[in-house]
Each structure stands twice: as C-alpha cells, then as structure tokens.
Design a protein around this ligand. Structure first.
Ligand code: FAD
Length: 394
C-alpha cells in the first residue's frame, strides 16, 4: 500500500495514522481536516478549558516533535468520495486518490433550529465553539443549558463553578438518563441540585427568545427562563454527508454512521472507518453500534489500521464494552457497558448520597454495565473484569 488518506484530523484520525506507522506502513499518509487546527483533545473543552484552568496549548494531541511523516491538509473538507476508485473530492476543488482510506470524520453538534443569527446561543463540539462560549460565559450572569447529556451536564457544572446562575432543561427524567438509565441518573441529578443548578426535567424548549441576542428560552408550558447565554447540548450527528452516494454504506439505525464489520472494514476494499462516525458490528450485541467516546476511538484506531494494512484479513480482538468518563465539579463519573441490557441495578460500594459509590447493572446474574462515581480504584478493577468477560446477550 503506497498512499493512505485519513479524512478527519482529530483523535481517531491521528491515532489511526500513528497505528499505521507503528504497524509498518512506510508509504505516504495524508491527513485531511476540515478544521484549520492541528489535532486537539475535545474532552477538556467542556471542563478545564471552558473554566479557564488550561489554555489551547494544553489541548494538543500530537507529541512534542509533532508527527513525523504525516502530510497535513488542514482547513480543507472532503466533499465527496468515489469509493471504487478511492478518489476523494476536496472543498478547495482538488482531488486525492489513495490506495487506502480511513474515514474518521467524527460527529458535529446538533444546532438549535432557527437560532442562526442570534448571539449568545452556543453548541459545543469544536475548539472554535469552546473559544466563543468561554468568552461569552465570562460576561454572563445567567445561563440556560438545554439537554442533559454529558456535554450539557458538564457545561452546567463548569458554569456553576464559574459562579453563574445555571438552569438545566432536560426532556427526560434526569440528566444522563439516556446514558446511564433513569435510576442512577436520578442519583446524579442530586449532585447538580446540591451545587445550585436549577434542574427542570420533563420539559421542552420551544423557542429561544431575543432580538439580535438571546435573552432566554421559552418552554412548552409557556414558562420563560431568562438567560444571557443559551447552550444547546442536544446531541451530535455523524459527519458522513460527504459519503452520500459513494458506495460506502451508512446506517439509518445508527444515526447515519458508517456501517463497518468488527474490524472497521466498510465492505469497500481499502476503506475503513473509525471513531464517532463509525458504527462497528459488535458480535456480542448482534448489531452495529456507534460509540461516541474518547476511549472507543483510541481502542479502535489500532484495529482499523490492522484491517486496512492486512486487506481485511487481520482478526480483531473481541470488542470491548464501551467505556466513558465525565468530570463534573469534583466528581469523576466512569461508566462501562450497556445499561439497556440490565434488569437490576445495585449499589455495591459507597453511598449515593455522598456521591461516592459504585453500582453494578445486571441481566440476571451477569454484570452488563458498571457505574463508578468517585470510585476510581474499585471501578478500574471492575473495568478490567468487564473487558475480559465482555457482554454477551441472548
Ligand atoms: P472528532 O473528534 O469529532 O473529529 C472529527 C474531525 O473530522 C473533526 O476535526 C472534523 O472537523 C473533521 N471532519 C468532519 N467532516 C470532515 C470532512 N468532510 N472532511 C475533513 N474533515 C472533516 N468522551 C469521553 O469519553 N469522555 C469525556 O469526558 C468526553 N468529553 C467530551 C467533551 C466535549 C466538549 C466533546 C465535544 C466530546 C467529548 N468526548 C468525551 C467525546 C470524544 O471527544 C470523542 O469521542 C472524540 O473526539 C471522537 O474522535 P473522532 O476523531 O472520532 O471525532
């Protein structure tokens, strides 16, 4: 294989490029990235970077000496793909033809419809988003966060730590309920309330109000919540529009993610996909599954590189259950597994009231997910157990 083109210059793209070199690829590696920035780490954008505790230099994902042997094409988007010819069309009018292609275009934050021209309305996915939000928070007094997924919950926590008046509006029963299930999410909701966040659950925002600049949001029941800054944490969608009609298969059930086998192969020879944009087949679950977490991108980059270099003959290790962490206030939340498979949840250690506990989700006798809240050591043991005895359903 001579030239490999990696599309997406972020975590999954960079780590796959590194893994290709590590696994002996000596040809060209060209990384195309829509953002003008060199690869940076996103998790701090909603935490320490937003708080002002760290700067932009601290976000760099590259090592000190950069990444020797990688050619960067930054500020340029892939706009189309001819998959059989492995030819990529670029937003600057150029094309790139490669022997191997890595699709690593991640996901983009959903924006609130109809708020395009309104200042003070934010979503958070990119460094530019974080710069803008950070600047606006400095001048704000009241913030409304829409959506209690982990980005919304983290932004709410950070804004409280900055001393702002924060309201979090969530359509479900509690923040993070969609991720860790309603029972444990209910426990964590208390964390926000204790830190002074006003939580409004089971509520829908119908409108962001204001002329020129947001001055609040209106809920479906007519309530108006005043705000200087409105942050939408309403999910992300895979950046796969450029693949439409290319021959690479996208899955409706996985939000438009790229359908891959258990090694990241797309079914088109010489093309793999990895990271937030990719839905790999998980034999343990018996379906494709898109993981939108840092560790998923990291673990799968090595596998995707092996798949590409072997022409699809490398045998991937069994899939590990998805793992993520979230930092809110001084609390570290860690989670591994598939909570949707569970029929019971039991607290095995600590006390939820003190926000230091570990809970195990079981299907019958079998653990299918584990939640650790400020229980790093015990969680690490459970994580090892879950990774060596992965979830099998049915
Ligand atoms: P991305 O990081 O989204 O990168 C994709 C890149 O591809 C982007 O730079 C994009 O501009 C580029 N691109 C898109 N389309 C094109 C195109 N057509 N042509 C060229 N380039 C393109 N995970 C955790 O586990 N724990 C956390 O605490 C956590 N915190 C987070 C906080 C924030 C604010 C965010 C946004 C994410 C967080 N995550 C966290 C998730 C984690 O950062 C992602 O899972 C990870 O970034 C995925 O990496 P990726 O390379 O697949 O995608």
């Amino acid at each position: 294989m001579n030239t490999v083109c990696v599309v997406g210059a972020s975590l999954a793209g960079l780590l796959t490029a590194r893994a290709l070199r590590g696994q002996g690829h000596e040809g060209r590696i060209v990384v195309v990235g829509e953002e003008p920035h060199r690869p940076y780490d996103r998790p701090p954008l909603s935490k320490d970077f937003l708080k002002g505790a760290i700067g932009e230099a601290d976000l760099a994902l590259e090592g000190e000496g950069g990444e020797p042997g990688i050619e960067w094409r930054l500020g340029v988007a892939a706009t189309g793909l001819d998959a059989p010819a492995r030819r990529i069309t670029l937003s600057d009018g150029g094309t790139l033809t490669a022997d191997g292609i890595v699709i690593a275009t991640g996901a983009a934050a959903r924006r609130l419809p109809g708020t395009g021209g309104l200042a003070g309305v934010h979503s958070l996915r990119t460094l530019d988003d974080a710069r803008a939000l950070r600047a606006d928070l400095r001048a704000a007094r009241r913030v409304v966060v829409i959506g209690g997924g982990f980005i919304g919950a983290e932004v709410a926590a950070t804004a409280r730590e900055l001393g702002l008046d924060v309201t979090l509006v969530e359509s479900g029963p509690a923040p993070l309920a969609g991720v860790i299930g309603p029972a444990m999410a209910g426990v964590l909701a208390g964390l926000h309330e204790r830190r002074g966040v006003r939580l409004i659950t089971g509520a829908y925002v119908t409108e962001v109000t204001g002329t020129g600049r947001a001055d609040g949001v209106r809920l479906a029941d007519g309530t108006h919540l005043p705000a200087d800054v409105v942050v939408a944490g309403i999910g992300a969608t895979p950046c796969t529009g450029w693949l439409a009609g290319s021959g690479v298969e996208l899955g409706r059930d996985v939000g438009g993610g790229v359908l891959c086998d258990e090694g990241g192969g797309t079914g088109v020879p010489g093309i793999v996909a990895v990271g937030d944009c990719a839905a790999w087949y998980d034999p343990a679950l018996g379906r494709h599954h898109r993981i939108e977490h840092w560790t998923g991108a990291r673990q799968r980059a090595t596998v995707a590189a092996a798949t590409l270099l072997s022409g699809g003959t490398a045998r991937p290790e069994p899939a590990r259950p998805p793992y993520f962490w979230s930092d809110q206030y001084d609390v570290k939340i860690q989670f591994i597994g598939h909570p949707g498979e569970a029929d019971t949840v039991t607290v095995e250690e600590g006390d939820p009231a003190t926000h230091s506990f570990l809970a195990v989700f079981r299907q019958g006798e079998r653990p299918v997910a584990v939640l650790g809240v400020n229980q790093v050591r015990l969680f690490t043991r459970w994580r090892r157990h879950m990774e060596t005895a992965p979830v099998h359903t049915g």
